[in-house]
Design a binder for this molecule. Structure first.
Ligand SMILES: [Zn+2]
Length: 243
């Protein structure tokens, strides 16, 4: 099997639970087909505490970060994800910096995925702007991921220190953007719907209080997406090839 056919996928997102909302069914499908799937979470998840919190100091942030990391690992276990890497940038302050780009290139050259799932670096304005979908950390994670994929990961001249570390250039063949302006590809997740829900329910600290409402909303949305493609439940992406 040539390198471009290796069944390795990397999912790059800002926070715990971002990937489950957009791609849990797809991840579960790929894992069941023998793909090795790895998660990269760009932040430390320390900003995801209660909206009513009055103590937002370092100890409180560390406690919520630990909880959310544990929940993310539990969700990954449900989906068959091989491993999770936390880059531990401060939650809420993520920027598409050169340091973040280099960290992502390093991981791409180590894992050598043929597919990467990431967040959209662009906001969608139609049919209507959805404010909850466009956390600035999500846009930053999407921008950093795309810049890491092309050209930096595949270009030996970018980040020469990585070549010095023995990390050879690597070309990612397919990129799947979640929440992108022009979706052009769907994955049938009808058989993985329960697994997607289970993986979301692992994020207890974030979602348990409103889980029934969330399930209803997701079911409607996932079914609407599916109907566009003749599927019961589907996850939708903008899929780009890097030939
Ligand atoms: Zn998020």
């Amino acid at each position: 099997m040539s390198e471009q056919e290796q069944k390795v996928a990397v999912v790059i997102v800002a926070h715990p639970d971002d990937a489950e909302f957009g791609a849990a069914g797809t991840v579960a499908t790929w894992a069941s087909e023998g793909w090795d799937v790895y998660y990269v979470i760009c932040t430390d998840a320390g900003g995801g505490g209660s909206d009513e919190a009055t103590d937002v100091g370092a100890a409180a942030r560390m406690a919520i970060a630990e909880t959310r990391k544990r929940e993310q690992r539990a969700a990954c276990e449900i989906l068959g994800v091989k491993d999770v890497v936390f880059l531990d940038n401060p939650d809420g302050l993520l920027q598409p910096t050169m340091e973040l780009r280099r960290d992502l290139v390093r991981l791409l050259r180590q894992y050598r995925p043929s597919r990467v799932v990431c967040q959209s670096p662009e906001r969608t304005w139609t049919p209507v702007y959805s404010i909850g979908r466009y956390h600035p950390d999500h846009l930053a994670a999407g921008q950093a991921a795309l810049a890491a994929i092309y050209p930096a990961s595949q270009n030996p001249w970018d980040f020469p220190e990585l070549l010095q570390e023995g990390l050879l250039p690597h070309k990612v063949r397919e990129v799947y953007f979640m929440g992108a302006p022009n979706p052009n590809y769907a994955v049938d997740i009808t058989g993985q719907w329960e697994q997607k829900l289970a993986s979301l329910s692992a994020h207890v600290s974030q979602l348990s209080a409103k889980f029934d409402q969330l399930k209803q909303m997701l079911q409607t949305r996932t079914a609407e997406t599916g109907a566009k493609y003749g599927m019961t439940y589907a996850e939708e992406f903008h899929r780009a090839e890097n030939p």
